[in-house]
Write a protein that binds this ligand. Sequence first.
Ligand code: SAH
Ligand code: SF4
Length: 469
Amino acid sequence: MAYQRTEITPEQIAEQEAVAARLREHFCAGGKTPLALVDTYGCQQNESDSEMLRGYLSEMGFGFTEDEFAADVVVINTCAVREHAEMRVLGNVGALNHSKKARPEQIICICGCMVQQAHMAEKLKHSYPIVNLVFGPHELWRFPALLEQTIRRKKRVFAVEVADGSIAEGAPRTRQGWPKAWLSVMYGCNNFCSYCVVPYVRGRERSRRPEEIVAEARTLVEQGYKDITLLGQNVNSYGKDLGCGTDFAGLLRLVNDIPGDFRIRFMTSHPKDATEDLFRAMAECEKCAHHLHLPVQAGNDRVLREMNRGYTAAQYLEKAALARRYMPDLVLTTDIIVGFPGETDAEFADTLRLVERVGYDAMFTFIFSPRVGTRAAAMPDPMSREDKQRNFDRLLETANAISAEKQAAYIGTVQEVLVDGVGREAGMLTGRTKNGRLVHFPGETGRIGEFVRVKITASNTWALSGETE
Ligand code: SAH
Ligand code: SF4
């Protein structure tokens, strides 16, 4: 499959910014500050995409709100990975009927992976007349032009053509997560795991140039960000399309060389492409968290083959063991799908066994959700939902018991924690250890963005708690 790499030029982004400036006059007429609500579903890449949407909206003069009744523009950035996320989006779009009735001039935009599927765009066109603008992930960089079209033409706009995807450098960003920042290193996916919709909606793998990534990381560090997560659907194929000699391990080293006191994380790693070179780079780069999110999906070889994952359970175990040899303090997390079409109870038992053998620090578990157009959606799927749920509950019980045990081992240790937010209870802060464990502890909000030492005194399945030293 030939893929034509399309780069959006700085001139094209400048054009969008010129449109944003025109829209600023439109929205800010009479000196008012318009408000936008940006609601994000799904993965970190979507969070990162929403930063670009907010960046353009800021240039148009918008402030931000979480109240749909106060919003002049609503943007819902959707996810398509499982049906559950789509149902939530459709429910929330339906609920906007009320705010649209109260403010008929409100502009409702739906973007992201869900609408890049033809059947979903059709559904919005026919069943959700309140929606004004629909655009897929490939159109994100020209959000101002699409919004202007919607306003000027007073017509609904749908921009969801099938595309391989492009790379846009230099678009504005309004970030929200200080002291943590997302940094995309590549987009799209070529793996076509048989259950997954991502390659269809996000297009082919394309890497940003290392110098662009390093420049952005450097700016983030200068701005005081302390925790940078490098993002890609499969970061281990970074650079293959560029042929510039920098692979992901090389990229890690380049970012690690940026002077400053900060941490580097990344996700996601596909096990078939995780190499010894990567583990060595992780171990040697002093800023890199020893955290590997290595989604296994299943522990049975027939199921893994049907999923088109490209590894066996034994090969996965070998990789996990090798990573741990390089980093004895490695935090290992994973994703698992229960109830893939045709998975038997005996095959599921292999997943349980693998989970017990690896001993994950945390797991994200999902029941298989058929996605339109994927190979797995057409496979015979005889197991009942109740039986899948029973297996899912068993897996969760096992996972939670292992996590709780791993977490308890931190009690009595002192961890360096980056303070990143306030807790739910008054006077409490949240933070992360270097390797990504969540910690709750008492402290002043002024300490957000600082590294502090916390003595761990208690733990549960998901979090540690303690006192600053
Ligand atoms: N690129 C990443 C993950 C993308 S989706 C990777 O390859 O690891 C995140 C997780 O959602 C996947 O790891 C998988 O466990 C789950 N997932 C994807 N498609 C799914 C489906 N159709 N049903 C249930 N879970 C799914
Ligand atoms: Fe989906 Fe597989 Fe690509 Fe991950 S690697 S995004 S699971 S197709």
